[in-house]
Design a protein. Structure first.
Length: 123
């Protein structure tokens, strides 16, 4: 596991949204998808509202790596499935960051969405 540079972590986490492009099997990048992202501790996380059936989530499963762009930082990352022990912190981070979107934030707090939680690590 590679740790985030503190400055990059802060800039990315402060952004409202993140653009994520996963790598195809041939190493080329898919079109980026704009999504919510949160910081819990010193880690960054994303979730699919559609759970593991979500198209962008399925795209992360071929090579487990891609590129993100947020807060003025564009960097290559690896995607790691988060474990159930990380879900509570990620839930709390989503509620804190996006809680003002009352009717929408609940969609990333479902059991299906939790199952798609990915931890983003720099590479």
């Amino acid at each position: 596991m590679t740790d985030w540079n503190a400055t990059d972590l802060e800039k990315i986490a402060a952004a409202e949204e993140l653009d994520l492009a996963s790598e195809r099997a041939d190493g080329t990048l898919r079109h980026p998808v704009t999504m919510w992202m949160v910081r819990s501790g010193d880690h960054l996380y994303v979730r699919s509202v559609k759970g593991t059936d979500g198209p962008w989530y399925r795209g992360t499963r071929s090579r487990h790596q891609g590129r993100i762009d947020a807060g003025g930082i564009r960097t290559d990352v690896t995607f790691h499935a988060a474990g159930p022990g990380e879900y509570a912190g990620v839930d709390a981070a989503y509620r804190k960051k996006y809680g003002h979107y009352t009717s929408i934030v609940e969609h990333v707090l479902t059991a299906a969405a939790r199952a798609s939680t990915l931890r983003l690590e720099p590479r």
